[in-house]
Design a protein around this ligand. Structure first.
Ligand code: SAM
Ligand code: DTB
Ligand code: SF4
Length: 329
């Protein structure tokens, strides 16, 4: 890809030495004939990765429900009646047991999620302990705890945290329609703190919230143009949970989801692009298209945070049918 093809001329994303993107260029990709787009994405995928290997991460909700934020997609917000039972922060021993099970089932990364706007310093101490013990099992660690201060990010880094997940979820313009209790800039600020202290960034979004193709292009442009683009880019299909404002939202064309994965792959060639939430409702064929378009990571395990996921047995059989190997380290 030359500078001229990619859009804005000489500016480059510093770490990966890739061109900066603009919305028109990404929109043009999204509008390509499907075969042209997927061919392009798959070719780029092969330049950087083994096309038959997929990384497995396992999620655990270490603190569930009663979240003060109002994210319209989320079953854990205290504002919506979703039937989720609020729970305190889990005991570190129980977190470690779940991590051992995840490793036994083939995961190489363990992601601990908490329904917080931001962690309190006292809570962070327990998370730090959990990170150290999960790492000691031989798993990569990831946490998603909401907004962080620079000092909290440093504490997580010192604990040995490998990845911090903090999604931008959609375009800046559409974000205002789905979350009112924090801003896009708040999200970007936390991402800066995480990046600056040397933790790898996991950041992506959700498809199917009623956003337009322009919103999807804008999200991808924002991600790809970060000073260093994320090492891990989760692309979630909205899991519609009764009681949340987005329950009943119109479902996007499945090919649009594949297209979004493809543009993430093209614009962030060295990132792990994760086919994230929503797999339980996807056909095997749709998942296969996502892998072909450049997805090379999944959430493995029977639960995401609070909702169901494809079973480990089903994933193993799908991988076998497709000749895909789980990444081993
Ligand atoms: N509270 C923290 C935060 O919001 O950053 C961490 C946990 S939060 C549940 C992590 C991410 O899960 C959200 O940013 C969103 O992308 C994703 N998520 C939540 N509910 C979802 C749903 N119903 N469908 C798809 N993704 C969802
Ligand atoms: C991400 O992008 N998706 C995960 C993880 N990062 C934290 C969360 C999906 C949550 C789906 C709804 C639920 O299970 O509560
Ligand atoms: Fe809370 Fe995170 Fe859910 Fe928003 S996405 S309501 S911050 S748990």
């Amino acid at each position: 890809m030359t500078d001229t093809e990619s859009g804005t001329g000489r500016s480059r994303n510093s770490k990966h030495d890739t061109p900066l993107w603009d919305e028109d260029k990404v929109l043009a990709l999204l509008e390509l004939p499907f075969n042209d787009l997927i061919f392009k994405a798959h070719a780029i995928h092969r330049q950087h990765f083994d096309a038959n290997e997929v990384q497995l991460s396992t999620l655990l909700s270490i603190k569930t429900g009663a979240c003060p934020e109002d994210c319209a997609y989320c079953p854990q917000s205290a504002r919506y009646q979703t039937g989720i039972k609020a729970e305190q922060l889990m005991a570190v021993d129980d977190i470690v047991t779940a991590a051992k099970n995840a490793k036994r089932d083939g995961a190489t990364r363990f992601c601990m999620g908490a329904a917080w706007r931001n962690p309190k310093d006292r809570d962070l101490e327990a998370v730090v302990e959990a990170i150290k013990r999960v790492k000691a099992i031989g798993l990569e660690t990831c946490a998603t705890l909401g907004m962080l201060t620079a000092d909290q990010a440093r504490q997580l880094k010192i604990a040995g945290l490998d990845y911090y997940n903090h999604n931008l979820d959609s375009s800046a313009a559409f974000y205002r329609e789905i979350v009112s209790t924090r801003s896009y800039d708040d999200r970007l600020q936390t991402l800066d703190f995480v990046r600056d202290c040397g933790i790898s960034v996991c950041c992506g979004g959700i498809i199917g919230m009623g956003e337009t193709r322009i919103d999807r292009a804008s999200l991808v442009v924002t991600l790809a143009n970060l000073p260093v683009y994320p090492e891990s880019v989760p692309i979630n299909m909205l899991v519609q949970v009764p009681g949340t404002p987005l329950h009943g939202a119109e479902k996007p064309d499945a090919f649009e989801f594949v297209r979004t994965i493809a543009v993430a792959r093209i614009t962030m060639p060295k990132a792990y692009v994760r086919l994230s939430a929503g797999r339980d409702e996807m056909s095997d064929e749709l998942q296969a298209w996502c892998f072909f378009a450049g997805a090379n990571s999944i959430f493995s395990g029977e639960k995401l945070l609070t909702t169901g996921n494809a079973t480990v047995a089903h994933d193993q059989s799908l991988f076998e049918r497709l000749g895909i190997r789980p990444q081993t380290e």
